[in-house]
Design a protein around this ligand. Structure first.
Ligand SMILES: C[S@@+](CC[C@H](N)C(=O)[O-])C[C@H]1O[C@@H](n2cnc3c(N)ncnc32)[C@H](O)[C@@H]1O
Length: 293
């Protein structure tokens, strides 16, 4: 398969280095409107302007851009150039190239789970915001000797959370695809459970978080918070903070997300609540921040 990567930024460069290891394909060009064309190459691949696409032999154009509004603009530009929809793929929605954008988080959790085991950090594991279990399966695999609590409505965003997010009046969210009750509802518990290597370790908590977390008297070595919106993210920090073992951590996904700005706000407000700065660090996926206890 011959691929043109659209976007010479961080995601485009990650795609150039990872895709050859995922499928047998040939990256024939990188297309970018604004990249410097001085040396006409990026990471050894010819760089072209959109107008030059017509002169290249390719099968698909893979849009390697993070922002939804920029993706929509590129798509419409490509359509204007006569590129068929069937030849346009968006990297961050692509199942076959999922490893490109999931890889860094997975590598991080693989390392961190080993570190916790060798350093004797005890406790269970939790993921809040499971969706179809594509990250839970790694938690289950790497933390094979721990209980794994999985929290989700399994019916998508709850109206109460979406309404609160609306009240924040953030343009990025209001204009994004996430601005909808029920977003992420195309899932079910059995879809998630079918992906688990150690299903006996799984405790499903279906329902609206934090209500779904009642009567849990456990401690945790690692918690992944990936519920996208301000209210549940803040509730997650409040619920788990005192239950995290020393040396353990909470990973807040989407902290750097352009449309889901409630996540960063929740972390800041939580720091204000407890009256001090918490120790946090990016994990290198351009999206998540880890909070150490
Ligand atoms: C981005 S998806 C999670 C993706 C998943 N962690 C992964 O990596 O594949 C966000 C999920 O959070 C869930 N969610 C959001 N707010 C919630 C709440 N208050 N209670 C329970 N689940 C919630 C949604 O239903 C959705 O499935």
């Amino acid at each position: 398969m011959k691929i043109i990567i659209y976007g010479a930024g961080k995601l485009g460069q990650r795609a150039i280095s990872r895709i050859p290891g995922i499928c047998s394909c040939n990256i024939v060009a990188v297309c970018d409107k604004s990249a410097s064309l001085e040396d006409r190459k990026i990471m050894g691949i010819p760089i072209i302007k959109p107008m030059e696409i017509r002169s290249i032999d390719y099968d698909i154009i893979l849009i390697a851009i993070n922002r939804d509004d920029s993706i929509a603009k590129v798509k419409s530009d490509l359509q204007m150039l006569g590129v068929a929809d069937t030849r346009i793929e968006v990297l961050k929605k692509s199942e076959r190239f999922k490893a490109v954008w999931m890889d860094l988080r997975v590598d991080w959790i693989r390392n961190f789970s080993n570190y916790e085991r060798t350093n004797g950090i005890n406790g269970s594991v939790a993921e809040c915001g499971v969706y179809r279990g594509d990250f839970s399966k790694y938690l289950n695999e790497f933390y094979y000797d721990r209980k794994l609590y999985l929290f989700d409505t399994f019916e998508g965003f709850d109206e109460r959370d979406v309404q609160f997010e609306e009240s924040l009046m953030e343009k990025g969210f209001l204009e994004s695809k996430f601005h909808k009750k029920g977003y992420f509802n195309d899932t079910a518990i059995n879809i998630v459970m079918d992906k688990m290597t150690y299903p006996e370790n799984i405790i499903i908590r279906k329902g609206w978080f934090p209500q779904s977390a009642s009567n849990i008297n456990d401690t945790f070595c690692f918690v992944m918070l990936d519920m996208d919106l301000y209210q549940p993210m803040l509730a997650g920090l409040r619920f788990f903070w005192d239950k995290i073992e020393e040396g353990g951590a909470i990973l807040c996904h989407d902290y750097f997300h352009n449309s889901l700005t409630g996540v960063k706000q929740a972390v800041t407000d939580f720091e204000n609540e407890i009256g001090r700065r918490i120790i946090k660090a990016p994990i290198g996926d351009d999206c998540s921040i880890v909070i150490y206890k």
